[in-house]
Design a protein around this ligand. Structure first.
Ligand SMILES: CCCCCCC/C=C/C(=O)SCCNC(=O)CCNC(=O)[C@H](O)C(C)(C)COP(=O)(O)OP(=O)(O)OC[C@H]1O[C@@H](n2cnc3c(N)ncnc32)[C@H](O)[C@@H]1OP(=O)(O)O
Ligand SMILES: NC(=O)C1=CN([C@@H]2O[C@H](COP(=O)(O)OP(=O)(O)OC[C@H]3O[C@@H](n4cnc5c(N)ncnc54)[C@H](OP(=O)(O)O)[C@@H]3O)[C@@H](O)[C@H]2O)C=CC1
Length: 567
């Protein structure tokens, strides 16, 4: 393909650093040679690739090629190479600072020596060559021009910033930024010598250089390029050949041409994927639906939710988890509220039965010198629910239900204990119906224990309180209509008391299922809320670590307590 005018480089002596066959330098060299360059000088650290390239170039053009091993980082070697070129061809018209390179490395793994090596290669080396060629060739050549041929210069000294970045290669990014600024600065400073200085930032190009890079890096680079491919050496050579020609680009100077067909910021995000992986960062993208987008192509560990529009919303993992935990806490709060409401409703619906007849305030329940007295309690429904036992029997939650009849009685009276021993009063409940009594708790306690030592008997003016609960299982189909309370003492004593207070007798049932759910919801709300706050305050990973530590500590404490208890 003929892109440039025939003989565009006619009469020109061109110096290209770094020219192994298959590299960008060699592609530029081939173009300028085929466009009639009068002479070509190439250098590199290794002589073999140079010799090979020189042979190939001379075979494919009529341009004489001079090559010399030269490390651009070594100013003396550069000076001697440039002097040799001038000696060989008499002048230098165009310099392509192509030699350079680095190694891919994340910044945290880059040490000072490596950084220095790359800076020296790309920035110092570029400066060495530029400076030598300017001093030994360009400026002396300019000085020999006639006054008419010298066209004046801009002496202004503008400052410039560097707009791009090179994630994953901070060393070369810094160096190339330096070259960018060097380009602009020298373009201004050396305009007075009619030296034009431009730079090319090629993007990712298939070359001998990138063959040494990991395939995955190149694949990623290709995926993020809108054109979905890498560039070729010839495409870079085209812009270089264009810029190197006074005829084609005589008015262009101080420019850096970014060939890479993508936006730098996008590049940096994708280049940085390994760090996203380790940080476990999650992005939520809202992308356009039309055609392939950055989100579609991306294989980084982000979450993408697609909808219309072109905004990209990113949410970091801790925040996402905080949101999830807040939502779970909200659900738990709702569950706890519902559970409590249901529980309250259930408790409110408990049937109340009143004691009827047999036990009344003021009744004597135990006569003097008697040790046992049975009192039958009859129940009278107070109207809340006549059929409660049947209703519960039909309940699907039968297995959860326990019903309790409770009686709370308070006796006051005198107890005579001739042996002056402690007095115990028991209240027992005789099985009142066909159900099974599953629980029976009897409590008694003595208030106002008063001992009158002058009296041969111990006189206690007291209140004995006996509270009795008992439960029955679901096998019962009817509520008990009466039951018997037996009150007796275990000592040989006499007791005389009367009922001071009788509380209602109720049928109470617990609702453990709902109670447990409500409790779990409250606990869940507290836990999830703590998680959410921890995510916001300390981040997800730290929160998980702290959580694990807490679990370990609690486990260790329990284990220690159990062991201690056993010992
Ligand atoms: C998504 C893909 C993006 C692709 C974008 C592509 C953009 C650019 C592409 C290109 O530029 S392609 C051209 C590629 N060509 C080259 O890279 C040239 C080859 N590289 C080199 O010649 C060398 O790496 C160097 C940069 C010239 C340095 O060579 P030098 O001989 O001076 O240094 P060394 O003695 O080898 O190393 C010095 C020092 O540097 C550190 N180091 C070296 N290699 C690595 C590495 N792979 N990772 C981390 N650090 C490294 C290290 O500290 C070395 O010291 P020692 O430890 O060896 O004492
Ligand atoms: N390919 C790409 O995608 C991109 C490349 N670039 C840059 O473009 C230039 C050419 O790239 P590419 O052709 O791919 O690279 P290559 O690695 O294929 O070629 C680099 C050439 O430079 C020479 N060289 C390297 N360091 C020195 C040195 N200190 N002194 C003298 N010669 C040296 C090498 O020879 P030797 O090893 O014998 O010294 C080699 O001939 C490089 O500067 C590269 O960094 C920039 C962006 C993208």
């Amino acid at each position: 393909m003929v892109l440039f005018k025939n003989q565009l480089y006619s009469g020109k002596v061109v110096l290209i650093t770094g020219c192994a066959w298959g590299s960008i330098g060699a592609a530029v060299a081939l173009q300028v040679c085929q466009l009639g360059a009068a002479g070509l000088a190439i250098c590199g650290r290794r002589e073999e690739p140079l010799k090979d390239a020189a042979l190939r170039l001379e075979n494919q053009s009529k341009t004489p090629v001079f090559y010399q091993s030269c490390d651009i980082r070594d100013p003396d070697a550069v000076e001697s190479f440039v002097a040799a070129v001038v000696a060989k061809f008499g002048r230098i018209d165009v310099l392509f600072n192509n030699a350079g390179g680095q190694f891919p490395v994340m910044a945290e793994n880059l040490n000072s020596k490596g950084f220095n090596a790359v800076i020296r290669n790309n920035l110092l080396g570029t400066w060495n060559m530029t400076s030598s060629v300017a001093r030994l060739a360009f400026i002396p050549q300019f000085e020999k021009l006639t006054e008419a041929e010298k066209k004046g210069a801009n002496e202004d000294d503008p400052t410039q910033s560097v707009p791009c970045c090179f994630p994953g290669m901070v060393h070369t990014g810094s160096a190339r930024a330096g070259v960018d600024n060097m380009t602009k600065t020298l373009a201004v400073e050396w305009a007075k010598y009619q030296i034009k200085v431009n730079a090319v930032a090629p993007g990712t190009i298939v070359s001998t250089g990138t063959q040494r890079y990991p395939k995955e890096m190149l694949d990623k680079s290709r995926r993020v390029a809108p054109l979905q491919r890498l560039g070729t050496c010839e495409e870079v050579a085209n812009i270089c050949t264009f810029l190197g020609s006074d005829e084609a680009a005589g008015f262009i100077t101080g420019q850096t041409f970014y060939m890479e067909a993508r936006v730098w910021q996008e590049t940096s995000l994708n280049f940085n994927r390994p760090s996203y992986k380790t940080e476990a960062c999650v992005c939520v993208c809202v992308c356009g639906l039309n055609g392939p987008t950055e989100c579609d192509r991306s294989d980084n560990p982000r979450l993408f939710f697609r909808s219309g529009g072109k905004q990209h919303h990113k949410m970091c993992m801790p925040k996402l988890f905080a949101a999830i935990f807040f939502a779970l806490a909200g659900i738990c709060v709702a569950g706890a509220i519902i559970g409590c409401v249901v529980l309250k409703k259930e408790i409110d619906s408990i049937s109340r039965y009143d004691l009827n007849g047999t036990l009344a305030i003021g009744d004597y329940i135990l006569d003097a010198n008697s040790t046992t007295s049975n009192l039958t309690v009859t129940l009278r429904n107070n109207g809340n629910n006549n059929n409660i036992v049947n209703a519960r029997y039909d309940s699907p939650r039968n297995s959860d239900l326990r019903k309790f009849i409770y009686v709370d009685m308070c006796f006051s009276g005198r107890v005579f204990d001739r042996d002056n021993s402690s007095i115990k009063i028991f209240t027992t409940v005789t099985k009142p119906y066909n159900g099974t009594i599953i629980q029976k708790i009897t409590q008694q306690y003595v208030d106002n224990y008063v001992v009158n030592t002058t009296n041969p008997c111990v006189q206690i003016a007291t209140c004995y309180s006996a509270t009795t609960y008992f439960g029955f299982q679901e096998s019962n189909t009817t509520a008990p209509s009466s039951f018997t309370v037996a009150t007796n003492t275990t000592e040989s004593t006499s007791i005389k008391g009367n009922i001071k207070n009788v509380c209602n007798v109720g049928i109470l049932y617990t609702y453990p299922g709902i109670a447990i759910i409500a409790f779990a919801c409250v606990a869940g709300a507290i836990i999830f809320l703590s998680f959410a706050l921890a995510c916001v305050l300390i981040g997800f990973i730290r929160m998980v670590m702290l959580g694990l530590l807490a679990v370990l500590l609690i486990g260790a404490a329990i284990a220690f307590a159990v062991l201690y208890h056993k010992i």
